[in-house]
Write a protein that binds this ligand. Structure first.
Ligand code: FSO
Ligand code: SF4
Length: 553
């Protein structure tokens, strides 16, 4: 096993990365190796799928399978060896189907079908031991001695950005939104990686192409969520319990939450959001369900204590799952790409087992006094305030905007984001995205001329909304995005945040603060490149960083 895809990675060895029997997230070596092999297998599908698409013979089901398979390999998603073995067998069958269809399409045009080598030629070993032996040759650092750490680092950057892209695209796809641009872009990028590229300059340029592809994906996801559930609107969300049976839903997938709400509308069970599901309360068509009663708990790394105390079943719809304690192992369920060995999995969208568990468990015995937090400041809501916001800036009531975006996590240094938010001056507005906000979103930041100082734009999945807000502000002030009194502070944990970072760089945002540490797969040379080209910054002291941001405008 070798894995260095996330911020929690082991930094104690001479070569940073998780090795040994178990990674820091709890992923064991066989699961990690099977994930590497699955990535190899989908590269093989993509080699044929990209060629077939170029001949106007796309296989969108295969593209959907690629998105789903890759999503399974993100940090804190799927820890089940059995499921990966199943996906590997399916991948080989999908690859054969796409290869045959490509062959037919080529011959129909009088062409001789190509037979790409590498992943396209992979044949699955008959048993798990054999698959694990195959995995040893396709680790993410394969070829390090030959090509050097910069190339391995850039290939890794590509792969992890693609993982983020596939996760976002899958969330859109389950709501019926996809496009030839996105499917084709993912297939081409995987097929490119299958060629084992070595040109550093080309890899850097194509990494920015991936950032642009991710922007298109995030636009699709925004259209999927708002097209299905309405544009986010500001809403007060209850954070205290209501008497009655209860289900907790975590992760990012709005479709799963929407389906569960529909299936439980007459069940006499209350539904609570957890973690990155909090922004669901901003969507009018989810909010209309009266049994979506509130939000429970904070960021993902606290789930073991919080889930242990929740008096009902828990449904995990995406990252971030961590090892379920025995105290709640029999009442946690996974769905979609999520998996944990021995935990019940709902594969077909029928959440009846979750409802049965809710009925059998005690639920909340009493209603506590109401406390609330505000959510729902998506782009429509914020842009509806834009005249008031621009006036406030012109009058000098608002001096600065901070976008604090990204993930929380268990590693040290995360208190930076809380101290940064609390240290932002009273004439500044803070926009938040992702799960990093749970450390400070219960704090009362007050208002400026009736505009809340803390505006939660949503999940990390809603980065598109924040980018559109920044673009609209630049338009309102008739300046470039980097001339705005706006500072971007990004906290990353896993691969989706890396995809968002590359999108921001590709769109021209400069001077982004990235922390709490930099990805270990970026070598010192690569970091220098990102600093020189994009003005990328690490985080330092929060008070000094706030002061510097204010001085720079
Ligand atoms: Fe957080 Fe986890 Fe949303 Fe991430 S719950 S850490 S980048 O998966 O996606 O913000
Ligand atoms: Fe380590 Fe992160 Fe990989 Fe888990 S996902 S094995 S913590 S680098």
């Amino acid at each position: 096993m070798f894995c260095f895809q996330c911020e929690q990675t082991d930094r104690t060895g001479a070569v940073p990365g998780c090795g040994g029997p178990v990674g820091n997230c709890g992923k064991d070596a066989p699961t990690s190796d099977l994930q590497d092999l699955l990535v190899h297998a989908v590269k093989g599908i993509a080699q044929y799928a990209a060629r077939a698409r170029a001949l106007a013979a796309p296989d969108d089901d295969a593209a959907g399978f690629i998105l789903f398979s890759v999503f399974n390999t993100l940090t804190n998603v799927n820890f089940s060896q059995t499921r990966f073995v199943g996906l590997l067998r399916e991948a080989a069958a999908v690859r054969d189907r796409v290869r045959d269809a490509y062959g037919e399409a080529a011959r129909a045009r009088g062409l001789t079908p190509e037979e790409p080598d590498g992943p396209a030629a992979w044949q699955p070993a008959p048993d798990t031991d054999g698959l694990l032996r195959q995995a040893a040759d396709v680790r993410v650092d394969a070829g390090l001695a030959l090509v050097g750490p910069d190339v391995v680092g850039l290939r890794s950057l590509h792969l992890y950005t693609l993982k983020g892209i596939c996760a976002y695209a899958h969330h859109a796809h389950v709501l019926g939104r996809h496009s030839a641009e996105v499917f084709g872009g993912v297939e081409s990028a995987l097929a490119y990686l299958a060629t084992e590229p070595v040109d550093v300059e080309e890899l850097l340029e194509r990494a920015l192409d991936l950032g642009r592809l991710n922007f298109a994906v995030m636009e699709l996801l925004d259209a999927a969520n708002t097209g299905t559930y309405g544009a986010q609107q500001p809403a007060a969300v209850r954070t205290t319990p209501v008497e009655g049976k209860a289900i907790l839903v975590s992760g990012h997938d709005m479709r799963d939450l929407g389906d569960l709400l529909e299936q439980t509308k007459d069940a006499g069970v209350n539904v609570y959001t957890h973690g990155e599901m909090l922004p669901a309360h901003g969507y009018p068509l989810l909010r209309r369900y009266p049994h979506l009663v509130g939000n429970y708990g904070g960021a993902w790394q606290d789930q073991q204590q919080e889930f242990a105390r929740f008096p009902g079943p828990i449904l995990m719809t995406s990252n971030c799952i961590i090892e379920p304690h025995a105290s709640y192992r029999r009442r946690i369920f996974t769905t979609g790409p999520v998996g944990w060995p021995g935990v019940r999995h709902v594969a077909n969208g029928d959440f009846a087992p979750v409802v049965r568990a809710a009925r059998a468990l005690p639920g909340y015995r009493e209603t506590e006094p109401e406390e609330t937090i505000m959510v729902g400041f998506g782009r429509d809501a914020v842009l509806s305030l834009s005249d008031r916001v621009t006036d406030a800036v012109k009058r000098g009531s608002i001096r600065h905007f901070f976008l604090i975006s990204g993930c929380d996590g268990p590693t040290p240094g995360r208190s930076y984001y809380t101290e940064f938010a609390l240290g932002a001056p009273p004439d500044s507005v803070i926009l938040t995205l992702g799960c990093a906000k749970y450390r400070f979103n219960r704090h009362d930041f007050g208002e400026i001329d009736g505009i809340p100082r803390l505006l939660d734009v949503g999940q990390c999945n809603d980065a598109y909304s924040a980018i559109r807000i920044a673009m609209a502000l630049a338009e309102a002030f008739d300046c470039g995005i980097n001339d705005l009194p706006l500072t971007l502070v990004i906290s990353w944990t896993e691969q989706k945040a890396v995809a968002v970072l590359l999108t921001l760089l590709a769109l021209g945002f400069r001077g982004i603060h990235l922390g709490p540490t930099l990805p270990v797969y970026l070598t010192p040379d690569l970091v220098r490149e990102f600093v020189d080209r994009f003005g990328l910054r690490t985080i330092n002291d929060p008070v000094a960083d706030v002061a510097a941001a204010l001085r720079e405008v």
